[in-house]
Design a binder for this molecule. Sequence first.
Ligand SMILES: [Zn+2]
Ligand SMILES: [Zn+2]
Length: 342
Amino acid sequence: MPQQIFKMTDKGIYIPGADIYIDPWKPVKRSIITHAHSDHAHTGNENYLSHHITKPILKYRLGENINCTSVEYGEAFFINGIKFSLHPAGHIPGSAQIRIEENGNVLVVSGDYKLENDFVSGIFEPVKCNTFISESTFGLPVFKWKNQTEILEEINIWWKNNIDQNKTSVLCGYALGKAQRLLKNIDTGIGKIFAHGAVFNMNEILRNAGVEIPSAEKISSELNKEDYKNALILAPPSVIGNRWLNKFNPYSIGYCSGWMQIRGNKRRQAVDRGFVVSDHADWDQLNKAIKLTGAETIYITHGFTSSYVKWLNENGFDAHELETEFAGEAITDDEEKENISV
Ligand SMILES: [Zn+2]
Ligand SMILES: [Zn+2]
């Protein structure tokens, strides 16, 4: 058995041969960041390395002064003779799987990923490896996504119905990734689209980084109810139950998350309509992705790790649970942390 490329530490996944961590949750000297969601990109590292698109988001969220190097997908670089490259993960714009090769032995750390093309996040690339570390946010057979076209059509119809009832449509999804995916794929011919400040700022950063997304006007105090009539408002989930919504009265509020698949979900009860739109792999996608890597050894992290590891081992894989420890109170805009218990 070849020597293990990585080591699990109390700071996160560590590559001893290169003295570098992947998505560490405590400050370290050198880090590679799979993507800019706050449960993966923590503050306080001396050095960051990410994809080109992730870099400006890291600077926006963690501070202009952070020391950040960025690379393109597929661009190889060496640290202490160990070969690294980033590959599309299809999760959000700039999201990357990390490929690490040491003495012919290949490790891939998936980060968060999904297999469906959402037209803003790049297309997930299966990368052959000996060892694959996979997330399992939605690693239960109950999670099965409809295709994007179908769900977007449901959203378009909901918007049109709201117009018929003279209601403004408020559509919620996290500000980094989900909002741009919705904006890119929604029928912009139905009416005007506005963006909450958090979504608007992220749109600008991503557009400047080369991600093509339609424009959406920023919500402002200068605009009044009449301006929002028949419009669709893209907002982060934090507005649910907030007074901020009052200015759109009468409105209908929709929420997009993989957790909407679960009946009785707390968030679902607080909104008029739940749409099952996830930027993570569902059960079938997880299994497909793992198979495509051809990996001999699988490590599972994030989500339903123990039951998924058990299932993989019963189905002919050599799978192990990877113990992770999150910085508890860190707020996140990633749907994986919204609803841990099902
Ligand atoms: Zn994420
Ligand atoms: Zn995540």
